[in-house]
Design a binder for this molecule. Structure first.
Ligand code: CP
Ligand code: NVA
Length: 331
């Protein structure tokens, strides 16, 4: 399968077989790295990393993956480029396309990454926008496949919380495309948009996926293999949203009772991270002082439990992002 030159701007840019090929490539690259004998397929390549929002995992994964594979990276943070201040995305795309062999973009607008993808002339990878987080879905599917004792297509997962954020959109559409049993549990006010739901529905008709969107937590988690959640207020949303979000989303917190309600002794917990599971962060502390909550979207006992796969997911960001760069921009 030849993915050379392709963009990953949103999850639907990859067919199911292409997506699964990337998981296989990631699996192979992970084994090579662990064995200590990684063959470099990106030697001499230059990779641009544009970050208009903060990142720990995505930036680190792109940087380490590039270094492992012999490529050089240039980080362009919010203050480091002319982008948006004095130069349009279309112009930036044409400039960077003359210098780099691949471009990662994390920012606000999906339209921005689409413009970059249209005009750069080299592969462009979406490292998160307000709408999609496709490299996260790659790592999550690899993690689910790693831990499942059945084929990936037989896996069921339930995403709880803000079911219309970037991570949720990507998980819904990816699961729909791959034929999984996907449940989204959240308050109706935060359900995925009709556009995303229709897209997921069309994909599910073709793949045989089962899709559920509901506000009934206990119904949604029953029999699930994986329970997944994400932060209740995403980057770029106003901090004033916290109070309203807490009121809406507290019933969808992943805690011991919700894990138990899955009725599956093997149920696992997943989170893209960062997570607000204790008071060791500034936001966590502030919300504890104001609302008396020790944890937000997931309780500390679940986060720290044996069922928690969150650090496997984080590591798999590296292997899957490496696979993406190798397949689209490598030898
Ligand atoms: N999961 C994820 O995208 O993490 P970062 O925001 O740290 O990149
Ligand atoms: N939904 C979160 C994901 C962070 C990786 C955000 O956009 O902030």
């Amino acid at each position: 399968m030849d993915l050379h030159g392709r963009n990953l701007l949103k999850d639907t840019d990859l067919r199911a077989d292409e997506f699964l090929t990337l998981l296989d490539t990631a699996d192979g690259l992970r084994a090579e790295k662990r064995a200590g004998g990684e063959r470099q397929r990106l030697c001499g390549r230059n990779i641009a990393l544009i970050f208009e929002k903060a990142s720990t995992r995505t930036r680190s994964a792109f940087e380490v993956a590039a270094h492992d594979q012999g490529a050089h990276v240039t980080y362009l943070g919010p203050e480091e480029s002319q982008l948006g201040h004095k130069e349009s995305m279309k112009d930036t795309a044409r400039v960077l396309g003359r210098m780099f062999d691949g471009i990662e973009y994390r920012g606000f607008s999906q339209a921005a990454v689409e413009t970059l993808g249209l005009h750069a002339g080299v592969p462009v990878w979406n490292g998160l926008t307000d709408e999609w987080h496709p490299t996260q879905a790659l790592a999550d599917m690899l993690t689910m496949r790693d831990h499942a004792s059945k084929p990936l297509s037989a896996v069921s997962y339930c995403y709880l919380g803000d079911t219309r954020n970037n991570t949720a959109n990507s998980l819904l559409v990816t699961g729909a495309r791959l034929g999984l049993d996907v449940r989204m549990a959240g308050p109706e006010a935060l359900w995925p948009s009709p556009v995303v739901r229709n897209l997921a529905h069309e994909l599910a008709v073709a793949s045989g996926a089962e899709l559920t969107v509901t506000d009934d937590v206990f119904e949604a988690v029953r029999g699930a293999d994986y329970l997944y959640t994400d932060v209740w207020v995403s980057m770029g949303e106003p901090a004033e949203s916290w109070d309203e979000r807490i009121d809406l989303l507290l019933p969808f917190q992943v805690n011991a009772a919700v894990m138990h309600a899955a009725g599956n002794p093997e149920v696992k917990f997943m989170h893209c991270l960062p997570a607000l599971h204790n008071e060791e962060t500034e936001v966590g502390r502030r919300l504890h002082e104001r609302r008396g909550l020790r944890a937000l979207e997931v309780t500390d006992d679940v986060f720290e439990s044996h069922a928690s796969l969150v650090f496997d997911q984080a590591e798999n960001r590296l292997h899957t992002i490496k696979a993406l760069m190798v397949e689209t921009a490598g030898d």
